[in-house]
Design a protein around this ligand. Structure first.
Ligand SMILES: NC(=O)c1ccc[n+]([C@@H]2O[C@H](COP(=O)([O-])OP(=O)(O)OC[C@H]3O[C@@H](n4cnc5c(N)ncnc54)[C@H](O)[C@@H]3O)[C@@H](O)[C@H]2O)c1
Ligand SMILES: [Zn+2]
Length: 377
């Protein structure tokens, strides 16, 4: 046996109203000039204006230049906003896109060069050596769990290839997870992000890596998301369902320290080539990939069926996933979401080169990705 390391480091304040703790938290630590990093959509919504009313006494600036699958330029613009404000800390407020940018604005503001110089697989990767600004995170979607993760996913400006800055140093110092922030999330975003959270829990549980702690979190995350997602979509004001989804989202991201699988490799390719939303891309692939994965881990699929209380065995779990997608409003295959046959070669190339499928329960090569993408069309 080998020696394994386990780490669950982020302090989390979880529950309705947790956003109101941010102002006092920062003031107690002597901070005066936070920069809120958020996205264009949220920048114009009352949910952000309301949050700012709880930051009285602080000199707050807002950078709301994040949109779509965020690019390197957006990070550099955020760093310029940080310096222009003379900020002393960063508040990430938003979905995975805004939080991923918020996580590395501090790196770009305190280090030389371009943020892409810091992605983990850069041939001359620069180390993060300087002290980073204090950073707190407030998720406003329940999907990526980026608030508790050590990665920031940033796309190249021109190719839109997703690159990852990975470092425990970019972890939020405290997460304020307030499900009230998600009460206004539209049904389509609730569905797509919720499917992302579910996918993280499922793929990390199925990963063959040795991490029983994460396996436990992932299975419970699947159980919670399976029970809450449909209600969160159908009853947007249901605070219990919103709380459950926010918790399942964080559990998924904590569990995927253990790594993900082939669904995410496909989703990363679909984001790069067709600019599909990450959660939607996962949702469009998950049942196809899981049907193909089944034979590699039937006992684990039985366990997934068990925690979802769907009756039947692991094969029933795959059918249940397919039905859940339709119930939450995600219908049609890749073709009906803008993916064209001419995209396939590039999709296959990017998915095959992606790291995530290395921990898929069934080994996956280019011809398998071809089959999976074609089946999901
Ligand atoms: N760091 C990680 O570990 C990790 C993991 C998975 C995905 N990601 C990244 O996260 C991003 C996707 O994040 P996401 O799924 O949260 O979507 P998102 O951040 O792109 O947000 C989706 C949309 O929802 C809107 N929105 C967010 N909160 C809202 C609210 N409370 N009310 C109304 N509208 C709201 C946003 O304005 C946006 O238009 C991708 O860039 C992906 O690469 C990161
Ligand atoms: Zn994901």
């Amino acid at each position: 046996m080998t020696i394994s390391g386990f780490n669950f480091p982020t302090p989390i304040q979880f529950g309705p109203g947790a956003r109101k703790l941010v102002g006092p938290h920062l003031q107690e630590r002597g901070f005066k000039r936070p920069l809120i990093v958020t996205d264009k959509g949220l920048g114009a919504l009352p949910v952000l204006a309301e949050f700012k009313t709880h930051l009285a006494g602080l000199d707050v600036a807002v950078f709301s230049g994040v949109f779509g699958n965020p690019t390197c330029n957006q990070v550099m613009d955020g760093a310029a906003a940080y310096k222009a404000h003379g900020a002393d800390c960063v508040i990430g407020f938003g979905g995975g896109a805004a939080l991923d940018v918020a996580k590395v604005v501090g790196v770009a503001a305190t280090h030389e060069g371009d943020i892409l110089d810091y992605v983990w697989d850069h041939p001359q990767v620069r180390p993060i050596v300087n002290a980073l600004p204090y950073f707190v995170a407030l998720p406003t979607t329940s999907g990526t769990g980026s608030e508790v993760g050590r990665s920031s996913v940033v796309s190249e400006n021109d190719t839109h290839l997703k690159r990852v800055v990975f470092s425990p140093k970019i972890l939020a110092r405290t997460v304020f997870a307030d499900p009230e922030l998600t009460l206004g999330l539209p049904a389509a975003v609730t569905a797509a992000t919720g499917m992302d959270a579910l996918t993280h829990n499922i793929e990390s549980y199925l990963s063959p890596a040795y991490h029983p702690l994460c396996d436990g979190i992932a299975l419970e995350g699947v159980r919670i998301a399976a029970a809450a997602l449909l209600t969160a979509v159908r009853e947007p004001g249901n605070l219990q369902a919103r709380s459950d989804m926010m918790m399942a989202s964080m559990m998924g991201a904590i569990a995927f320290q253990k790594d993900l699988g082939a669904v995410h490799s496909c989703a990363h390719a679909l984001g790069a080539v067709c600019d599909l939303h990450h959660g939607l891309a996962n949702a469009l692939m998950i049942d196809t990939v899981m049907a193909w994965n089944y034979e590699a881990a039937p006992a684990k699929f039985d366990e997934l069926a068990h925690v979802c209380h769907i009756g039947g065995d692991g094969k029933g779990f795959v059918s249940w996933l397919k039905q859940l997608k339709v119930s939450v409003g995600i219908t049609g295959g890749l073709a009906s979401h803008g993916v064209k046959p001419e995209h396939l070669p590039r999709l296959i190339e990017i998915a095959t080169a992606d790291m995530c499928h290395q921990t898929n329960p069934r080994p996956c090569i280019a011809s398998d990705f071809k089959q999976l993408f074609e089946a999901a069309m």
